[in-house]
Design a protein around this ligand. Structure first.
Ligand code: NAD
Length: 296
């Protein structure tokens, strides 16, 4: 069934996601503060509105895809007085759990259905409509959102109530940040011990050291030809974005009282790596930093 959708934030992720909604025969109106993002979305068939408020005026479903929690709260506040009474509001940005819960709270009194639904799969997944959505909100909100999410991705998982999607996203990415450093340290140790990359890969990838950081995004060139290490660490998943997610995990650990000592240490290492000027490289390039020097 075709829906009228308002899409706010038409950047690297939001642009192709909105384009996929158009391809799925939805009527999509969009807005972005950046002229280049508006222009690219227009070429993909998105009707461009003059403001966030205008974007949502006719929409049955609203999707926001923005850089951080402060902007999401700003935009959700801005549109609150303009959404139709029966509209569903979805935020797919990766933001802190507290902001996500506050965003849901903005619509609690009006009774609108709301969902936090961050994604995994990156810009490649956004373009190919193969994203995985992890959602937090009520069952009716998820049920109504699911067909829309599946026009932009291949999987949507309902993780629980408000904020649960963001919680799942940052817990997953904390595992990823820690495990990449673990895999990279093992290769560095193996090098010092005279082990070839192939030998360590062949053992660990079929043993208990097996994980995504090793078998899909292997931080050394060779064993996994499609990993960013084979193209001088061009992302992939940029170290700056990994750092953003690691910091979100640490904000959540602080506000919930969870002990995440390895998460904290991994965050410090990605922070240093970013400050040394490597934020635009794939996060697996941290292996160059772990070998010593400045990671260059
Ligand atoms: P981006 O910077 O390319 O896009 C964000 C867009 O939001 C920009 O075009 C910007 O102009 C627009 N924007 C900012 N403030 C606005 C406002 N007030 N009103 C309207 N538009 C506004 O970022 P992105 O890579 O598309 O990421 C978006 C979100 O998705 C982030 O939360 C990010 O963490 C998450 N994410 C990104 C990736 C990735 O690989 N890029 C993967 C998973 C999740």
């Amino acid at each position: 069934m075709s829906s009228t959708i308002g899409f706010i934030g038409l950047g690297n992720m939001g642009g192709p996601m909105a384009a996929n909604l158009v391809k799925a025969h939805h009527k999509v109106t969009g807005f972005d503060v950046a002229p280049a993002a508006r222009e690219a979305a227009k070429e993909a068939g998105v009707v461009i509105a003059a403001s966030a408020a205008e974007t949502v005026a006719e929409a049955d479903v609203i999707v926001t895809m923005l850089p951080n929690g402060r902007l999401v709260l700003g935009v959700w506040n801005e549109i609150a007085a303009h959404v139709k009474p029966e509209a569903l509001i979805i935020d797919s940005s990766t933001i802190d759990v507290d902001s996500a819960r506050n965003a849901h709270g903005l619509f609690a009194a009006s009774g609108h259905l709301t969902l936090d639904a961050p994604v995994s799969g990156g810009t490649v997944g956004a373009q190919a409509a193969t994203l995985t959505f992890m959602a937090g909100g009520s069952k009716p909100a998820f049920a109504r959102a699911e067909p829309i999410l599946l026009a932009m991705g291949k999987r949507a998982v309902h993780c629980g109530e408000a904020g649960a999607g963001q919680a799942a996203k940052i817990c997953n990415n904390m595992i990823l940040g820690i495990s990449m450093i673990g895999v990279a340290e093992a290769f560095v140790l193996g090098e010092k011990l005279g082990l070839t990359h192939e030998a360590l890969f062949n053992v660990a990838s079929t043993s208990s050291g097996q994980c995504w950081a090793l078998t899909t995004n292997c931080p050394v060139p060779g064993p996994v030809p499609t990993s960013p290490a084979n193209r001088d660490y061009r992302p992939g998943f940029a170290a700056a974005l990994m750092l953003k997610d690691m910091k979100l995990s640490q904000d959540a650990a602080l506000s919930s009282g969870a002990a995440t000592p390895l998460g904290a240490h991994a965050t410090q290492l990605f922070d240093l790596f970013d400050k040394l000027g490597h934020g635009n490289e794939d996060f697996s390039a941290i292996i160059r930093f772990l070998r010593g020097g400045t990671g260059g």
